[in-house]
Design a protein around this ligand. Structure first.
Ligand SMILES: C[S@@+](CC[C@H](N)C(=O)[O-])C[C@H]1O[C@@H](n2cnc3c(N)ncnc32)[C@H](O)[C@@H]1O
Length: 267
């Protein structure tokens, strides 16, 4: 995990800088986006967990717990059962899954950013979970794992940061075993009248201000808020997951659509 995010191989196959994509409300080349996203998470890594609590009023824990309940990791697996948590950052979801299984499953946290992974590795060690939760640096668009190697794939608040989302979804499908489960938790489109207005006012004003207060820099948090607004609508994202090969794709909204959980199966 010692290498810097910039040295993780970029996704290949075309000239990434030529492909326009969004970085918050700005349009940048795909290659450029990953570097900008990496800068954001290098800056916020040390304060990431506390900012998550502040920004969501603790709701991210409730949504992640709900995601783990939907996954329902086995407590007595017939054979070794392993989760891949992509863009797993500080290992929140992986840790919850391992704990929910009464420590009978294993998890690999894969993230492009070594600053986030280092914070997660320290946390897992302190929690006595370093044997069960492993940390691996890698790009969601080009996962460093063989085909059909995981029983479940989770990605929480990560996919909107990935420049080529369809490619990341195809990679999720590739690394899952047959019968494997895909779960994606992401900020989404609010579908409750008035809540959308309150949410917008809070996001665009309070979140960058809180970020500046806690970390000294509001800009990374402005990106986080803008990137949420650029993410596809729930239905459109469900279509993208189907196009990657997943079946029985559904979604449910949490807190009026502030977050949504999309799920699918690989058969
Ligand atoms: C908002 S954080 C989410 C972290 C964690 N899943 C959680 O819910 O607390 C987004 C994470 O996505 C990671 N990320 C961004 N682009 C990535 C990519 N192409 N491949 C893997 N991880 C990526 C970032 O480094 C960051 O840790």
């Amino acid at each position: 995990m010692a290498q810097d995010a910039a040295s993780v191989r970029p996704s290949s196959g075309r000239s990434p800088d030529d492909m326009p994509t969004s970085f918050g409300f700005s349009t940048v080349g795909e290659g450029e986006k990953q570097g900008l996203v990496n800068d954001v998470f290098h800056k916020v890594a040390e304060r990431y967990d506390i900012m998550n609590d502040l920004m969501s009023g603790g709701l991210h824990r409730v949504w992640k717990d709900a995601m783990v309940s939907v996954l329902a990791p086995p407590k007595t697996p017939a054979s070794e059962w392993t989760l891949l948590d992509v863009a797993g950052g500080t290992g929140d979801v992986a840790t919850k899954v391992v704990r929910r299984s009464n420590e009978s499953v294993k998890a690999v946290v894969c993230d492009i950013n070594n600053s986030m992974l280092n914070v997660g590795q320290d946390r897992a060690t302190k929690a006595g979970l370093s044997e069960l939760v492993r940390f691996s640096q890698g790009n969601a668009e080009d996962l460093p794992f063989p085909d059909k190697s995981f029983d479940a794939y989770t990605i929480a608040f990560g996919i909107r940061n990935v420049p080529d989302i369809p490619k990341a979804l195809r990679e999720a499908h590739r690394v899952l075993k047959r019968g494997g489960r895909f779960l994606c938790l992401e900020f989404s489109e609010v579908d409750v009248p008035m809540l959308d207005k309150v949410y917008d006012a809070f996001s665009f004003n309070a979140i960058p201000a809180m970020g500046k207060m806690v970390t000294g820099d509001g800009e990374p948090y402005r990106y986080l808020v803008e990137s949420i607004r650029k993410f596809p609508h729930q239905e459109q994202f469900a279509r993208m997951i189907r196009e990657a090969g997943f079946e029985r794709v559904t979604y449910r909204n949490y807190s009026g659509g502030i977050a949504a959980l999309h799920t699918g199966w690989k058969y």
